[in-house]
Design a protein. Structure first.
Length: 128
């Protein structure tokens, strides 16, 4: 049973959740959720390739994808930009004060969403 479509649908659901979080001013969580949307999109490709889909590191997932598929520069750039949101958007220990909510902006959240959508479009193209 192929779960490629499930991963793609999940990536779209996560972008919608990122939007809701952005609308509520929860920019750090919106960035995290956009990173997760990109992760789900890459996992759709990996599932189709019958490769392992473990982990949340976009760069590691891209390395596996590029063994069989050429990765466009905009997709590479998007993944490199949002990869660290997996940790930094939730990491309280490395902040001098406040919570991650104090360190993220609407602009960062919008850019993270745009990057996630770039990866999702790529995943749709490669999953056909």
């Amino acid at each position: 049973m192929s779960r490629t479509k499930d991963w793609l649908q999940y990536s779209e659901e996560l972008v919608k959740i990122a939007d809701l979080l952005m609308d509520k001013g929860r920019f750090s969580w919106s960035c995290f959720t956009s990173q997760q949307a990109a992760t789900a999109a890459l996992k759709a490709i990996l599932f189709k390739m019958e490769e392992p889909t473990f982990g949340d590191n976009l760069i590691a997932l891209l390395r596996t994808v590029k063994e069989n598929i050429a990765i466009p520069d905009d997709v590479k750039d998007a993944c490199h930009h949002i990869n660290d949101y997996f940790k930094t958007s939730r990491d309280l220990e490395n902040k001098p004060e406040g919570t991650p909510l104090n360190y993220f902006s609407l602009e960062e959240s919008q850019k993270a969403k745009s990057d996630a959508l770039t990866v999702i479009r790529f995943a749709y193209h490669e999953s056909q």
